[in-house]
Write a protein that binds this ligand. Sequence first.
Ligand code: TXA
Ligand code: MG
Length: 324
Amino acid sequence: MARHIDILEHPQTAIEVATATLAEGLPIGLPTETVYGLAADATNPAAITRIYETKGRPRFNPLICHMSDLAMAERYAIFDPTSRKLAEAFWPGPLTLVLPLKPDSGIHPLATAGLDTVGIRVPKGFAGDLIRAFDRPLAAPSANTSGKISATSADHVHDDLGERITLILDAGASVVGVESTIVKVEDGEMRLLRPGGLAASEIERVAGKPLKRKKKASAAIEAPGMMASHYAPGAAVRLDATEVSENETLIRFGTPDIAGIEKAVAVLDLSAGGDLSEAAANLFDFMKRADATGATTIAFSHIPDEGLGEAINDRLRRAAAPRE
Ligand code: TXA
Ligand code: MG
């Protein structure tokens, strides 16, 4: 059973125990502002193998490597001017940049799935402090079984992976609630590989140029693992609901008119006031709660595709995708 440490009450113990656990090559449950990560030493092949095994994740799906700051990131990857501008504007924060790996960077090919690029992110808060203390990049996917809903609290990590890891650091609920936005710059053009916790419009404003959306067909190759059914609760998921049927739990955004709402097993309000940041922060926790109501289907009312709505709708489409 995993040991829990509250990082607000015991920050120093958390750093000491976490660095010792990481040095042993063991993955830990690590809070970040987006979601909780399952973090391990990105230079240690045994440690990275444990991440894939703990999650049941396919090894062709590369991991994001987390750094303490831009200076640390520059030891491992080559920055073009646009990527540097984005890093300076948004790090620490919910932005991952895919960049060419430096030769002999020390990041193990298991972390990058053998690619000559690396996805790098500088997380906000405690995770950055821990990486600074450990002085090695941490590979960290979301701390959940592959294909399931991402963890946004230490309890989520505990319920899913608590038997399989030795340490979970607890910083309360993740503030952003959805994973980082992934961007790759090629020949000066910015491509959005995954919408996430930093709105595309913010990135375009700083860069002064448009973010190109990926074509559906090439996406599987570009960001492997991004296409299949993912974020799947036990219940079926139905989107853009305008009415509710028996045995359905409704997750609502704003207060739209929903016919048959009195039939719902339960009604959860992602954000009654229609705030997309609040909705993103609540999303994964509410999906788990809705699942726990025992409904056969979770119905979502329409969520606009602007701002963080793009990331929310991306996750919901995957949650609703046909399962294997
Ligand atoms: O917010 C986040 O990004 C969280 C927290 C823990 O930092 N991490 C996260 O990691 O969501 P993960 O492993 O669930 O998602 C990583 C995504 C995958 O879709 C992977 O294919 C893509 O990043 N990726 C990683 N390295 C890549 C690379 N070199 N080229 C293209 N895609 C890459
Ligand atoms: Mg994930």
